[in-house]
Design a protein around this ligand. Structure first.
Ligand code: HEM
Length: 498
């Protein structure tokens, strides 16, 4: 219906009205925290506080660290931000983080990570919600018992043999070593074996398929995919409506071909192995998991198992290359423990390397593989000793990188100082490399074991230094979700003659 005689004028009025309505709608949305009495950062449409422009990158750690520093500076224990149009609460006080992760976990069960039916592999224990998550976690926990750990240790040890052989080849070529690539192959082999009982052969074959998939998963992404990710992060409902995938299609296809085939082969030929897939076979036989769910859970173990450990060991070896005194001390400990164990890396020997544990703990403080944790509030919640209420559906951001670099908790935070973790009784508020509470990292013990064994194998045999080709000033890559540096970590390895 026309308002005036002129179509052009009518259109102008309609567009103008829409713009004004849109303006007030956005203004209202961006006033949510102020109305609730929570200090907020000024958002800019359409990304809210998540970055005003694409070229700034989307790394969760870098963004949430900025939130943390801004609120901490203004003396707030909680702060309000917006991602897209949605309100998020930033947990500045690590004691609140602890309440959320443990005592008040029933209010914060979900992680609120995007998944989509276009990528069924993404519907796994990491993204599952409420009772679906509870059921999955209860079933999968039995994969990580102490007796299973000892079994996995043998697998890990076999893979460390291949790591050792590869280091010998590299050392002979006298070239700089891209240590992330080397450790990436080692952990891909381990997770291939522990999850599926297969030999991934990442060191032996240039075209090893698991290594290729692993590389593709965590590469710095092309600009088109980054834009998709921006929509997913800022407007997940739109992304879900448009069926936007978060995993590249060839990776999804690989898992949907490989896992069911392996599963069928194992069931048909009655093959028994002590790996994750065996438990999945049992869950399938008892009707508790269907094939799709098994594919998704295996995919998650694959992703969670190798990337976190690869980055941790890479940064650990880098820090030891820079800090020679710490490197020497680690080597002395390895040698003295091995002496007691006839020169053999046994399960017990690895447990006894306590200084190495401190070094790993300090590495994960400086470079936490997950730089922020999230929890979605599943029922209205009031923060203890505070007037702040949050509504069901609000996501809480726990800025781990911010906590780990807070000079009040970790004096001189840029300094690599494993002595911070010398006293086991000292617990730091906000130190969360594996998360905390009922939804913490299920694979923590496996992660610690495989990293310690891998780096011990390197340190025992080689003196490490940073390649002169490397820029000493490390900078986080903001174009990738996980913790990664802009430049390759290149090390020089000098064989120790025993
Ligand atoms: C150094 C190695 C590792 C680090 C630093 C690490 C870190 C983390 C972190 C921070 C979380 C989130 C915890 C939270 O939200 O409270 C997590 C979750 C998880 N991790 Fe790890 N992880 C490592 C190794 C592994 C390994 C080896 C596996 C399995 C093979 C694994 C499997 C998982 C799974 C399944 C979850 C989701 C748990 C759930 O939602 O119930 N992780 N990990």
């Amino acid at each position: 219906m026309l308002i005036t005689d002129s179509l052009l004028f009518d259109l102008t009025i309609a567009v103008g009205t829409l713009l004004v309505a849109g303006f007030f709608y956005i203004k209202h949305k961006y006033g949510y925290w102020t109305r609730r009495g929570v200090t907020q950062l000024s958002p800019v449409f359409p990304f809210g506080n998540y970055g005003v422009a694409l070229p700034k990158g989307f790394s969760l750690g870098a963004r949430t660290n900025r939130f943390y520093n801004a609120f901490k500076k203004s003396g707030n224990k909680l702060g309000g931000v917006y991602i897209g149009l949605d309100p998020y609460i930033v947990i500045v006080d690590p004691l609140y983080a602890k309440e959320i992760l443990t005592r008040d976990f029933q209010y914060f069960v979900d992680r609120g990570i995007y998944f989509n039916k276009k990528n069924l592999v993404t519907l796994n224990i990491f993204t599952q919600k409420g009772d679906d998550w509870r059921n999955a976690r209860a079933k999968l926990t039995s994969m990580f018992t102490s007796s299973k750990m000892k079994f996995y240790f043998n697998t890990v040890k076999q893979c460390s043999g291949d790591l050792k052989a590869n280091l010998i080849t590299l050392e002979k070529s006298n070239a700089d070593v891209d240590i992330y690539e080397v450790m990436g192959c080692y952990f891909t082999d381990i997770i291939g074996s522990v999850t599926f009982g297969i030999e991934a052969n990442s060191f032996k074959r240039e075209d090893a398929i698991f290594r290729k998939v692993a590389r593709d998963l965590f590469q710095s992404l092309p600009i088109t995919f980054q834009m998709i990710l921006f929509v997913i992060v800022c407007y997940p409902k739109v992304a879900n409506f448009l069926d936007m995938p978060i995993i590249q299609p060839h990776i999804e296809k690989f898992f949907f071909d490989f896992v069911p085939e392996t599963l069928e082969h194992r069931i048909k030929n009655n093959i028994y192995r002590e790996d994750f897939l065996q438990l999945m076979i049992e869950l399938k036989k008892s009707g508790e998991f269907d094939t799709e769910e098994i594919v998704a859970q295996c995919f998650n173990f694959f992703v969670a198992g190798f990337e976190t450990s690869s980055t941790t060991s890479t940064f650990l070896l880098y820090e030891l290359s820079v800090n020679k005194d710490i490197q020497d001390r680690v080597r002395e400990e390895i040698n003295s423990v091995l002496k007691k164990h006839d020169g053999d890396f046994t399960y017990e020997a690895i447990q006894e390397m306590t200084y190495l544990s401190q070094v790993m703990a300090e590495t994960m403080r400086k470079y936490p593989p997950l730089t922020a944790l999230t929890r979605v509030c599943v029922k209205d919640y009031k923060f203890p000793d505070s007037e702040v209420f949050i509504e069901k559906g609000t996501t809480a951001i726990l800025p781990v990188l911010g906590y780990h670099y807070d000079p009040e908790v970790f004096p001189d935070p840029e300094k690599f100082n494993p002595d911070r973790f010398e006293d086991k009784n000292v617990k730091y508020d906000g130190y969360l490399p594996f998360g905390y509470g009922p939804r913490n990292c299920i694979g923590e013990r496996l992660g610690v074991m495989q990293v310690k064994l891998g780096v011990a194998e390197v340190i025992r045999n080689y003196k490490l230094s940073v390649s002169p080709k490397m820029d000493q000033q490390l900078e986080f890559d903001e174009y990738i979700f996980v913790t990664r540096m802009k430049q390759k970590i290149l090390l020089k390895l000098d064989k120790i003659l025993n």
